[in-house]
Design a protein around this ligand. Structure first.
Ligand code: SAJ
Length: 419
C-alpha cells in the first residue's frame, strides 16, 4: 500500500534533529525543521550542514534540493512533531536537569496543534518529562483532549521515543537500531509506532512513556558504570605497578567477562550527563551510578596529576598532547576530558605544550593566551620529548614504535602499550 505524504516538524536541528530530519525526508515525509539559530536555518536552507557527521552533507543537500526538507525559525502546523532539543544539567554541583528547552518547544508547538496530531519527544529526559510536556499543551489548549488526563478519546497523541545512535554512525543507526516507543497511553504509542515504521528498519518496541524515558538513561548509565570499573582498575594498576591493558586483555578471555577500556575520563554530551538524571530522580538509591560518575571524573584528575609529574620531572621537555576530541576519529570536543587535560597543562606549562589534533583547524578558546601551539604529528615527533596520548584516533595508533621509541610516553588509551 502506498504511504500518504506526511508533514513532519522537527524542533531542534542539532546532532540528532538534523540527521533525523534528513532520514525522514529521504523516506518521503515533507519535513519542516525549526531551530532558534538563524545561522543553522540559513545553512540548512542552502543545502549545507553545520555539524560533522558521516554522509550527512550529501543527504541534506539532496533532500533540500528535492524540496523535502526546509528550515525556519518558526513552528508551522504539521501532522507529527519531533522535539530534539538539548537537556543540559546545572553546573552548581547539584546536577539538576534543565528541561526548559523542551518546555519552550512545547509552548511553541501548542499554538499550531490540531486534532489528530502526534507529538514525540526524543531529547534525553528525566522520568516524567513527557507528562510535563503534555501538561504544557493541556494548559495552552483546553480545546483539545490530552492523553492520560480524561476518559475521553484524546485529540492528540504524545510519546517518548529516544534515539540511541553513535556519533559517526548516526545515519546508519537511525535506520537499523531497535527503538523504544513509549506512549503516554497505548493509543499514543501506536500512533508514534506508525510514524517510525516509515523509516526505521530495526524493531520498534512499544512501552509507556516513563519506562522509555528511564530506558534511555539506563543505557548510558550502564556504559558509564562499566567504564568506571575499567578506570578504577587503571588507577589501582598504577598504584600496584601493573599493566592494566594486559590484565583486562587476559580477564576478557573469560567467556562471561567483558571489561571495557580505561581512558582519560568519560566525555561527550550523553554518557557524562545522562546518569545524573537518574541520580537526581532518586539520590538516596542511585549509589553506584553516582559513584561511577565521580570515578570517571576523578580519572581525568588522576591523568592530569600524572602528566604534571612527568612535565616537572623533565623540566625542559616539550609536551605533545595527542588529541582533544571526546573519543576516537570524531571532531566533537564537547565535555572532552582530553581537552580539559591539555588546556590545564597549557595554562600551567604555557609554550612547552603542543597540541596535535587532526580534527581541529585552530586551538579551542580554552587555550587562548596560554602560548600552547597546534602542530602536526610529524612536527610533534621531531619537537616533543613527552608524548601524552589522550585520544585513540587511528592516525595516532598508526605511529610506529621506531618513531616514538625515544620519547617519554604516557598512553592513557592503551593503544601503544598493549603487548
Ligand atoms: N569510553 C571509554 N572506554 C570505553 C568506551 C568509551 O573511556 O571502553 C569513553 C569514550 O572515550 C568517550 C565516552 O566514553 O569519552 C563516551 O563514548 P561512547 O562511544 O561510549 O558513547 P557516546 O557518548 O559517543 O554515545 C553514547 C552511546 N551510548 C551507549 O553506547 C550506551 C550511544 O548509543 C547513545 O546514543 C549516545 O551515548 C547518546 O546520545 O545518548
Amino acid at each position: 500500500m502506498k504511504k500518504t505524504t506526511l508533514n513532519a516538524s522537527v524542533i531542534g536541528l542539532g546532532y540528532i534533529g538534523l540527521p533525523t530530519s534528513a532520514v525522514m525526508a529521504r523516506a518521503g515525509c515533507k519535513v519542516h525543521g525549526v531551530d532558534v539559530s538563524a545561522h543553522v536555518v540559513d545553512t540548512i536552507n542552502r543545502g549545507e550542514v553545520h555539524i560533522e557527521e558521516v554522509d550527512l552533507d550529501g543527504l541534506v543537500q539532496a533532500v533540500v534540493k528535492d524540496g523535502f526538507l526546509k528550515a525556519s525559525l518558526d513552528v508551522e502546523p504539521a501532522d507529527v512533531f519531533v522535539i530534539a532539543v538539548p537537556t543540559p544539567f546545572s553546573h552548581d554541583g547539584k546536577h539538576t536537569p534543565d528541561i526548559s528547552y523542551i518546555l519552550e518547544a512545547a509552548e511553541k508547538v501548542s499554538s499550531v496543534l490540531k486534532k489528530g496530531d502526534c507529538v514525540i519527544l526524543e531529547s534525553t529526559s528525566p522520568v516524567g518529562t513527557t507528562e510535563k510536556m503534555r501538561d504544557v499543551f493541556a494548559k495552552n489548549r483546553p480545546d483539545l483532549a490530552m492523553p492520560g488526563l480524561s476518559e475521553s478519546t484524546p485529540d492528540i497523541s504524545i510519546a517518548y521515543c529516544p534515539e540511541r545512535v553513535l556519533p559517526g554512525k548516526i545515519l546508519e543507526e537511525l535506520i537499523h537500531n531497535d527503538r523504544s516507543i513509549g506512549g503516554i497511553t497505548p493509543r499514543c504509542a501506536r500512533k508514534a509506532l506508525a510514524f517510525y515504521k516509515r523509516f526505521v528498519k530495526g524493531e520498534c518496541v512499544v512501552t509507556d512513556a516513563r519506562s522509555a524515558e528511564m530506558t534511555k538513561l539506563v543505557e548510558n548509565a550502564f556504559r558509564d558504570v562499566n567504564i568506571a570499573f575499567a578506570n578504577e582498575l587503571s588507577m589501582i594498576a598504577d598504584v600496584q605497578g601493573l599493566d592494566v591493558w594486559e590484565v583486562i586483555r587476559l580477564a576478557n578471555r573469560h567467556p562471561r567477562v567483558n571489561v571495557l577500556q580505561p581512558g582519560p575520563g568519560v566525555g561527550g554530551h550523553c554518557i557524562a550527563v545522562d546518569p545524573w538524571f537518574i541520580v537526581h530522580g532518586a539520590p538516596d538509591e542511585a549509589k553506584i551510578i553516582r559513584q561511577a560518575r565521580e570515578t570517571n571524573d576523578s580519572k581525568t584528575h588522576h591523568v592530569l596529576a600524572r602528566a604534571k609529574a612527568l612535565a616537572d620531572e623533565h623540566s625542559d621537555a616539550k609536551i605533545g598532547c595527542l588529541g582533544l576530541a571526546f573519543k576516537a576519529n570524531i571532531d566533537d570536543f564537547r565535555e572532552s576530558p582530553a581537552l580539559e587535560i591539555a588546556a590545564n597543562l597549557a595554562r600551567e606549562y604555557g609554550s612547552r605544550v603542543r597540541v596535535i589534533e587532526p580534527y581541529a583547524d585552530d586551538l579551542p578558546d580554552e587555550f587562548a593566551g596560554t602560548g600552547a601551539e597546534l602542530i602536526d604529528i610529524d612536527t610533534a615527533l621531531e619537537e616533543c620529548e613527552i608524548l601524552l596520548l589522550l585520544v585513540d584516533h587511528d592516525v595516532f595508533k598508526a605511529i610506529p614504535l621506531e618513531e616514538r621509541g625515544d620519547k617519554v610516553v604516557y598512553d592513557t588509551r592503551g593503544v601503544w602499550s598493549q603487548r
